[in-house]
Design a protein around this ligand. Sequence first.
Ligand code: GLP
Length: 237
Amino acid sequence: MSKITYLATKDYQDLSQQAASLIIAEIVSNPKAMICLAAGDTPIGTFGELVRMAKDQAVDFSLVTFVSLDEWVGLDGQNEGSCRSYLDKYLYKPLNIKAEQIKFFDGKALDIMGECEKMNAFLAEFGPLNLCLLGIGVNGHLGFNEPYSAFDQNAYVCDLDEITQTVGNKYFKTAYNIKQGITLGLQQILSADKIITIANGDSKQAAVTALRAGVADIACPVTLLNEHQDCYAILFV
Ligand code: GLP
């Protein structure tokens, strides 16, 4: 039976405040937490609230480690719309996070497999994640784990679904035509001590309906959260 805790939401701002409160609570209870935060549009409000609450409550982020969830292959923080650029703009820079606190995939690395190996070695030594904040893809993906990805996967380079490629255009002013992503694998995501998933808007309806059905089905990766022991879903869909 699904153990997901669904938190009621009034609107997107309420969703963002609740997600940020859970993240702050984690950092207060474990100042050395290792956390992974999705990029994309949905968490922008959460990041804004995190920055506000962190300042209001004088929360110390200086010992937190931030692990990358995913990145578009061919892009890095210099490319507007990349995952790293979202985190830099909305979270790392406003919170003055130091470079050494951030373990992020470099989507531009010539040795892209080496990026996976580095992440896998890092998580094997220091993992699992204490907390992972996940958005939900239109097709139900988690990070870039597309429908029918392997369960037992660590970080890897994947071919992106047509839907992900099309939806992904919303992030970029330049048409990059990206066909691959680099992502934490489902095994690394699902072994996080705590998971928070957030979704906002009509485009997520189908994935959220599948999630709420309560059955893990790799055809819609977000439904695997139904098997996690400590997962919150904060949805305004
Ligand atoms: C993107 C990213 C995910 C993100 C999801 C939802 O493609 N790969 O990490 O969580 O899709 O994005 P958004 O919040 O912009 O809808």
